[in-house]
Design a protein around this ligand. Structure first.
Ligand SMILES: Cc1cc2nc3c(=O)[nH]c(=O)nc-3n(C[C@H](O)[C@H](O)[C@H](O)COP(=O)(O)OP(=O)(O)OC[C@H]3O[C@@H](n4cnc5c(N)ncnc54)[C@H](O)[C@@H]3O)c2cc1C
Length: 486
């Protein structure tokens, strides 16, 4: 079987990429190892940043996500459902009524509290349940008619883009994309490197059942030997220890191991009788030095891993997919030159590198030795909350270094529901030959060309420059390819 694009991994990044490709005129096939969605993800909350929400808004997915968050908040607060469907109601008002308006986020557990309204324009990351979010993406992919085959586990890649599965199935593709998570088989099989730093901390979490009264008050304790977040079931507890000794990553965290860690960190005689949802988390931080080798690409956790502290992995991955989808579609359709795909690594690698840098800084800053506590005290006074929040929300991302400072920045409040780029300006006849890929809106003054991922590709008044930008980003001007390829 031959497919134009084979996406390995039906997690959030693989699903979002599939929708992006389909909208841009290519029908990918998604293969996923799990026969059924992982029910465990239903209670896993994830924070979506402002840039991710703007990216989802481009395709009309922002409000359904806000509606999910609003419904979850109402459930938690014991409020009745006031809005139905995809209408989130006034989420800001709801959060304010629940006393959540002033907390804007944190860096290494140093909170940013908006006491005087200077940060009113910045909301904290929007919390969603990963399972619910993946269902939304799976529904979108199904509506678009993309095939997702479950229960197929990739075990090898042959002849660059022939995928071999555990049950013997073989699928050949023109392009192969690994969205198969941090331990990506595609990444390994296709020979991508994955340099980085080993863990400097080990967190153990789970819903622990304790014998007798807790020897420490519930809450977060920063202690000389680590960090302890302790709570009776059904709330989760956690320990964080620094400079961990090697452990077997494939083994499951047991009640005994968790108890031993609690005792080491606290010096108290905790007794743990059982543990549910046990998990170990480290700050292993790695990033492939290129996201493309020949006809194989990687996105999401397959391309970069880091500690979940700071809540960036899903955000990075979804934005990788938004960057890659339309470019790969144009190249796979034979409309744009292969070179366009080079801009995927060029644009997304630095963003991932910044997230890894910030994540490593957070790992260093949560340590509990006297020197780090002193540093935390200094930074609590000196950190500029707006800078830190804009960085963590992805609001400072700019692609390229065009002399026009607006080029490469995100064009907020744009809707590109069909994933076509948009030109707004006076030179509409210049854009005509690209109309299958670029929607045109007549306007006066300076023209702007917005890419399908919402970033400004060009701004100016020179028709020749506009033509060059159209060629660079959207390929050869040939008839109505949409009708041929869709
Ligand atoms: C505790 C915790 C908290 C987090 N909090 C946040 C947060 O607040 N904000 C945030 O942005 N991120 C957060 N993250 C990170 C986020 O969950 C990940 O970055 C995100 O899930 C990555 O998505 P992905 O699609 O790239 O990979 P995954 O979600 O790992 O999906 C990969 C998919 O590929 C499939 N697969 C794997 N191997 C194969 C194979 N060989 N063949 C076929 N299919 C395969 C898997 O079954 C899976 O469905 C957190 C992570 C953890 C652990």
């Amino acid at each position: 079987m031959d497919v134009p694009v084979l996406i390995v991994g039906g997690g959030p990044v693989g699903l979002f990429l599939a929708a992006e490709l389909r909208l841009s005129g290519v029908a990918p096939l998604v293969v996923e190892r799990l026969a059924e969605p992982d029910e465990g993800k239903n209670d896993d909350d994830r924070g979506l940043t402002a840039r991710t929400m703007q990216t989802l808004d481009l395709r009309g997915l922002g409000d359904p996500v806000r509606a999910m968050t609003a419904a979850a908040l109402r459930r938690l607060a014991g409020l009745s459902e006031q809005t139905a469907g995809d209408d989130p109601g006034d989420l800001a008002e709801l959060m304010a009524s629940l006393g959540m308006a002033d907390f804007k986020g944190d860096f290494a557990m140093l909170p940013f509290i908006d006491r005087h309204g200077e940060l009113a324009d910045l909301a904290p990351p929007l919390m969603v349940m990963q399972g619910e979010f993946e269902r939304l993406l799976a529904d979108r992919v199904a509506e678009l008619g993309v095939e997702v085959r479950r229960g197929l586990e990739l075990v090898a890649v042959e002849d660059e883009t022939t995928a071999v599965f555990a049950d013997g199935t073989r699928i050949s593709a023109d392009w192969l994309v690994g969205c198969d998570g941090g331990r990506s088989t595609v990444r390994r099989q296709a020979g991508f490197d994955f340099p980085g730093t080993d863990p400097s901390m080990l967190a153990r979490t789970g819903i622990a059942a304790y014998d007798g009264d807790l020897p420490l008050a519930p809450g977060i304790h920063r202690l000389p030997d680590g960090i302890l977040a302790v709570a009776p079931a059904p709330s989760p507890s956690m320990t964080i220890e620094f400079d961990p000794s090697p452990f077997d990553r494939d083994s499951t965290l047991t009640a005994e191991e968790f108890q031993a860690s609690l005792r080491r960190v606290s010096g108290h005689d905790f007794t743990v009788t059982a543990i549910e949802k046990p998990m170990r988390i480290t700050d292993n931080a790695r990033q492939a030095s290129t996201y493309r080798r020949g006809r194989v690409l990687i996105a999401g956790d397959a391309a970069h891993v880091h500690s979940p502290i700071g809540g960036q992995g899903l955000n990075l991955g979804l934005q990788d997919a938004a960057n890659l989808g339309w470019k790969l579609a144009l190249v796979a359709r034979g409309v744009a030159d292969d070179e366009l795909l080079g801009t995927y690594t060029a644009e997304r690698h630095p963003v991932g590198a910044q997230v890894l840098r910030d994540s490593r800084a957070e790992s260093a800053l949560i340590r509990t030795d006297a020197q780090t506590e002193a540093l935390r005290g200094v930074l609590a006074e000196a950190l500029d909350a707006r800078t830190m929040l804009e960085l963590s929300h992805g609001l400072r991302i700019r692609y390229g270094d065009d002399k026009n400072p607006l080029v490469g920045t995100f064009s907020a409040d744009t809707r590109l529901l069909d994933a076509r780029a948009r030109y707004v300006g006076p030179d509409v006849e210049v854009v005509g030959p690209w109309e299958d890929r670029v929607a045109v809106e007549s306007g006066s003054g300076e023209g702007t060309l917005i890419r399908p991922d919402g970033y400004l590709a060009w701004a100016g008044t020179d028709a020749d420059e506009l033509r060059a930008a159209l060629r660079r980003w959207f390929g050869t001007p040939v008839g109505n390819l949409h009708s041929v390829c869709r």
